[in-house]
Design a protein around this ligand. Structure first.
Ligand SMILES: Cc1cc2nc3c(=O)[nH]c(=O)nc-3n(C[C@H](O)[C@H](O)[C@H](O)COP(=O)(O)O)c2cc1C
Length: 493
C-alpha cells in the first residue's frame, strides 16, 4: 500500500492507535528529542509522536508539525512499508532472487535489480508534484531553512540537524541516481553541512564532481511516502536506485518532477524538497558535534558545504525527524527492517546461514549475531569472512556465530552460548578492515580491527577431540506436569 504523503501516513497511524498528538507548545531545541527518547524506550518502542505546535527557543511557533518515532516499532515499521509483517517483504525479495540461484553476492544484487525492473517499480515522471505547492527561492531571501522546525537533539550538538533527509545525487558519468540518508547540519538560512561518510555512495558521487571541478546538483527530500526515507537507509549497492526499491516496497512507482532550480528530478510526493549544490573545490566546513547512533557525540570534522537554491513544500507539509543516541531508539527498527528484508539475498550467497540479528545494544555496526547450519570445520569462520565482504557488513566490529537452533534475536541466549561454547584462543579471529566512521574506539578514523567469535559446537577438524557434552533438558512430560503443579500451587502467606 502506498501513502500519498506524511499526513496520509499520520492519519493511518492515528486510526491504528499508533500516534500520540502533543498539542502543547514544545521547543525544537532538546524538548522534542527528549520526549522521543523517553517514548522510544517504552514497551515495544512506544508510539509515534506528532508535535502539533513546535516552537523556537524564543517561543515563536513554526507553521509545520513535527513527526518523530514514526518508524519506532516492529508494527509501525511494517505499516510504513504497507505490510502486516516485514517477513512478507523478505518473502517477495526471496522470490525475486530465487528465480535463478546467483553465483555470488554481486549476482544476487543484479538479480534483485532485474526483478525490481520487472515488477514495474521503475520511477515515473509526472507533470506536477504537491512537493512544489509552495516555492521559495534563495535569490528572494527570507528565512529559508529557518521556516522548518529542525530539531537540536542533544545539549552539545553543534546546532539543528536534518535527521531523516533523503539526499538525492547522480553519478556524473553514468547518471545513475543515489538516495542516501545523510544528516545535515543547518549553518544558515540557505546553507548546511553534509555528513556523508567516506564509504557512502553520495560521497563517491561528490568525489567525482570534485575531480571534474564541477558543482554538484543535489536535492534533499523530506517526508512523502515513509517507504522513501526507509529506502534511503537501506544498504543497497551502487547502481540500484533506492526509489526503484521504494516503488517495489509500496507496490507503486515513485513519481518524479523536475526540481525548480537544479537539473535533477525530485519525488513529487515529498513534504519538503531542498534543492541546491555542493561546491566541489575545497569548500569544506565544520560539521558536529552530533549526539550519534553510538550514544556518544561524534566530534567536529570537515564535511562539504551545501548551498540551497530553493526550498519547496506541500501546503500541509509535516516535518519528519528522528533522534539517535543510546539504544533502543527509532533507528534500531529501521536497521532491523533492512536486515529482515535482505536476509534472503545474504542466504543466497551463504547457504549455511540460518538467521542474523543486529542487537540494539550493538548500534548497527558493533555487533552481529549469526546462526548457521555447520557441516564442515571452520565454516563459522568462512561465513564471518563472507559477511565482512558483503557491502556495509564490512563495518561489523564483532560477529558471534552460533548453531542453527540458537535464537539470534535473544541476546541473553546468544551470550549464554558464547560463554559456554568458546575457548577464546581457539575460537576467536581478528582481522583488519574499514571501520564505521562513527566508531570512536578505533586508533585511526575509518579503519580498525574486527573480531569473529565462533560459539558453535566444535568438530574434531577444529581441534576438539573430547566429545561435546549433551545439553541439560528435561522430558516434555515432566515439563507439562511441572506447569500444572505450579499453576495449582497456593501461596501460604
Ligand atoms: C537515522 C539515520 C541517520 C543516518 N545518518 C547518516 C549520516 O549522517 N551519514 C552517513 O553516511 N550515513 C548515515 N546513515 C546510514 C546511511 O543512511 C546508510 O548507510 C545508507 O545505506 C547509505 O546509503 P548509500 O549506500 O546509498 O550511501 C544513517 C542512517 C539512519 C537510519
Amino acid at each position: 500500500m502506498a501513502y500519498e504523503s506524511l499526513s496520509d501516513w499520520v492519519e493511518r497511524l492515528d486510526r491504528e492507535g499508533e500516534l500520540l498528538r502533543i498539542l502543547e507548545p514544545a521547543r525544537v531545541e532538546l524538548e522534542i528529542a527528549a520526549a522521543a527518547d523517553q517514548e522510544s524506550k517504552s514497551a515495544h518502542g512506544g508510539k509515534a509522536l506528532l508535535f502539533e505546535k513546535p516552537v523556537d527557543s524564543s517561543g515563536e511557533p513554526y507553521a509545520f508539525p513535527v513527526l518523530i518515532n514514526g518508524y519506532g516499532s516492529a508494527r509501525r515499521m511494517a505499516m510504513a512499508l504497507g505490510r502486516e509483517k516485514l517477513e512478507e517483504i523478505a518473502g517477495e525479495v526471496s522470490a525475486l532472487v530465487k528465480a535463478k540461484p546467483p553465483a555470488g553476492i554481486g549476482e544476487a544484487w543484479d538479480l534483485l535489480k532485474k526483478g525490481l525492473d520487472l515488477r514495474h517499480a521503475r520511477p515515473v515522471s509526472v507533470g506536477r508534484g504537491a512537493c512544489q505547492d509552495v516555492v521559495h527561492r534563495a535569490e528572494d531571501g527570507g528565512k529559508g531553512l529557518g521556516e522548518i522546525p529542525v530539531l537540536k537533539n542533544w545539549p552539545n550538538d553543534g546546532g539543528p540537524f536534518l535527521t531523516l533527509p533523503q539526499v538525492i545525487t547522480e553519478d556524473p558519468e553514468t547518471n545513475e541516481r543515489n538516495v542516501g540518508m545523510y544528516r545535515m547540519q543547518i549553518l544558515g538560512p540557505w546553507e548546511a553541512a553534509l555528513h556523508w561518510q567516506l564509504h557512502k555512495v553520495g560521497a563517491r558521487h561528490g568525489k567525482k564532481y570534485r575531480e571534474m571541478g564541477k558543482p554538484m546538483p543535489m536535492a534533499v527530500a523530506l517526508g512523502g511516502d515513509p517507504a522513501n526515507a526507509f529506502a534511503a537507509t537501506a544498504p543497497l549497492p551502487d547502481g540500484i536506485d533506492e526509489f526503484m526499491f521504494a516503488g517495489f516496497l509500496r507496490k507503486k512507482s515513485v513519481a518524479f518532477v523536475p526540481a525548480v532550480s537544479q537539473p535533477i528530478q525530485v519525488p513529487a510526493d515529498a513534504d519538503f524538497v531542498i534543492e541546491g549544490t555542493v561546491d566541489p573545490v575545497g569548500d569544506l566546513v565544520n560539521e558536529g558535534p552530533f549526539g550519534d547512533h553510538t550514544g556518544f557525540y561524534t566530534p567536529v570534522d570537515k564535511y562539504p558545504r551545501f548551498r540551497a537554491t530553493a526550498i519547496t513544500h506541500r501546503k500541509n507539509a509535516i516535518y519528519p525527524a528522528t533522534v539517535v543516541g543510546k539504544p533502543p531508539m527509532e533507528d534500531f527498527w529501521l536497521g532491523s527492517a533492512s536486515v529482515k528484508i535482505f536476509l534472503p539475498v545474504l542466504k543466497m550467497n551463504f547457504p549455511e546461514l540460518v538467521d542474523l540479528a543486529l542487537p540494539a545494544e550493538g548500534v548497527f555496526h558493533n555487533m552481529v549475531f549469526v546462526s548457521l547450519k555447520k557441516q564442515y570445520p571452520y565454516q563459522a569462520f568462512k561465513l564471518m569472512h563472507g559477511l565482512w565482504g558483503a557491502g556495509q557488513m564490512m563495518f561489523t566490529k564483532m560477529i558471534v556465530a552460533v548453531d542453527e537452533q540458537v535464537n539470534v534475536h535473544d541476546t541473553s541466549e546468544v551470550l549464554f552460548y558464547m560463554g559456554a561454547n568458546m575457548d577464546p584462543e581457539r575460537d576467536m579471529i581478528f582481522i583488519k578492515g574499514p571501520s564505521d566512521s562513527l566508531d570512536h574506539a578505533t586508533t585511526l578514523p575509518n579503519s580498525g580491527s574486527h573480531v569473529g567469535i565462533d560459539a558453535t559446537k566444535k568438530l574434531p577438524g577444529e581441534g576438539y577431540h573430547r566429545g561435546w557434552p549433551e545439553e541439560c533438558q528435561t522430558t516434555s512430560e515432566a515439563a507439562v506436569r511441572a506447569k500444572e503443579l505450579l499453576a495449582m500451587a497456593k501461596k501460604t502467606k
